[in-house]
Write a protein that binds this ligand. Sequence first.
Ligand code: CU
Length: 178
Amino acid sequence: MRTISGAVRAAVCGMALTLMAMPGISAAAEHGGTQHGDHGGMKMGGHDGMSGGHDMKTGERIFSGKVGPWTGEARLIDKKAQMEQSGVSAKTAARFAGERHLMLFLTDPATGKPAAGVAGKVVITGPDQASSSKATLIVMGGHIGVDVVMPTPGEYTFAAEIESGDKKGNASFSYTLK
Ligand SMILES: [Cu+2]
């Protein structure tokens, strides 16, 4: 087993994971406009101050292309910068230093609508190549995502595996942190 060093760490919000693991609730989130409520659940898991608006196409686009049968787009949000923009104190924003939020948007090319029922995992490898971590992508309204800690500058690679029923797709992309 590979050791996960401090260089790459994917933080998964346990609360959201629990909620999303229950099919009834995730279905309600898709149809009932309760996405923001679900992100309220994330708040309890420590994402305080994260507004429900992160489902919009915010952040930086780091990938765009085919992911198996879907059209995919990956975006990365700098949480500290987002916090600063939201007007919280510098001290509060500083708590998010090094934290990014990875979002994957998958759409069905036939309908242009978000792909239903997608789940996935992503392996993140840090600049030193020696450390990597595997994280579960959690359903969050219109995207699947996870918080990623990226403390050191350099190139990070992301290898995502997505599935929905018998459909599967892979995407690999990288991001250079300055
Ligand atoms: Cu999200």
